[in-house]
Design a protein around this ligand. Structure first.
Ligand code: AVI
Length: 337
């Protein structure tokens, strides 16, 4: 996934078979957000800034770490239940994916569906969108591809498909919803509800609550890839916002809050220090935290709760045998069950 931190800047964005639709908002202002976040108490920086080119590569590396079970389990689950999803969803759907990942899960879903009419991917990073669209065009030469460069956290007007779709299927895997705080997650689900329409469906991935040791291991891998991913945020501020962070004087910290059912990730200052960044001098106490990410973990009840609050209802849930991860099909509350 590439949350809304990139921009749709100039790059060849069409082929004979597809044309990129550019609805990108103004480029996110890293410098202004860094100044505001580092003045706040507690200090905070948005996890959307993790995903520059290096951050996206590091995230792909995280998904291959033995402790980070999420991607492996979700991919295996999707492989196992894709035929049942296809049967439940029916033929001739217009698939709308929020964000682009490595493309493996997209392929699994598209392979299983019965004659999908079109595939729209909504992605803020134009480079990632063009690359994934080229790869899909080679793999699915007969599928209409409608790449839309836009911020998927807002409702996106769907480009019309050449063939009429029987319904829209929004696809949002990876438990990425868990990176949004409760209010933003609700807003995003309401926007998904709008995109899919009354008779549409949405297929979302949810990482489930499990013993603390496993959860914390997943966000503190032994090889240190997650730590590098987190600290890349400071490296990015050094590259793009005139930052002077010495990465050795900061540490990655990820711990599970049982009360809030979420991993809370912070960058912790190892010592008292001052750092110049984005035209300001910022003081850090020893042990002071910059809050950078939450990764919410779910139960059947919390999934039903957040769905209900957004005008959605659970149509069907699939989990792996160990109940580590769930793929949940959501429908509109006001649609026939
Ligand atoms: C993309 N997202 C669902 C990942 C997660 O598990 O919260 C991002 C991540 N952060 C650290 N490791 C992986």
């Amino acid at each position: 996934m590439t949350p809304a931190s990139g921009s749709c800047s100039a790059r060849q964005a069409s082929s004979d078979d597809w044309t990129l639709i550019d609805l990108a908002p103004p480029v996110a202002d890293l410098r202004a957000d860094a100044r505001a976040g580092l003045r706040a108490s507690p200090k905070r920086l948005s996890s959307k800034y993790f995903y520059d080119a290096r951050g996206s590569r590091l995230f792909e590396a995280i998904t291959r770490q033995p402790e980070y079970y999420l991607t492996r389990v979700e991919t295996a689950l999707l492989e196992a239940v894709a035929p049942r999803i296809a049967q439940r969803v029916g033929p001739n759907v217009h698939v709308v994916e929020l964000g682009t990942g490595s493309g493996i899960k997209t392929r699994q879903l598209l392979d299983a569906l019965d004659d999908p009419v079109a595939y729209t991917s909504v992605e803020i990073s134009k480079a990632a969108l063009i690359d994934s669209t080229r790869a899909l065009a080679a793999q699915f030469p007969h599928l209409q591809l409608l790449p839309v460069c836009a911020d998927f956290t807002r409702p996106v007007p769907l480009p019309p498909a050449r063939r009429a779709a029987r319904r829209t299927l929004v696809f949002f895997p990876g438990s990425t919803l868990g990176n949004f705080d409760d209010d933003d997650a609700l807003e995003l689900l309401r926007s998904i509800r709008q995109t899919m329409g009354t008779h549409g469906l949405a297929l979302l991935g949810f990482d489930l609550v499990k013993p603390v040791e496993r959860l914390e291991a997943a966000y503190n891998d032994a090889a240190g890839v997650t730590a590098e991913f987190t600290l890349n945020l400071l490296a990015r501020l050094n590259r793009e916002a005139d930052g002077r962070f010495d990465l050795n004087r900061f540490a990655h910290h990820a711990a599970y809050s049982v009360e809030r059912e979420r991993i809370e990730t912070a960058i912790v200052s190892r010592e008292a220090q001052t750092v110049d960044v984005a035209g300001e001098t910022v003081h850090f106490d020893a042990g002071e935290r910059i809050e950078v990410e939450i990764s919410r973990k779910y139960t059947g009840a919390s999934i039903r709760g957040i769905a209900a609050e957004s005008g959605l209802a659970v149509a069907e849930t699939w989990t792996d045998a160990a109940r580590d991860f769930a793929l949940v099909l959501l429908r509109a509350q006001d649609a026939d069950a």
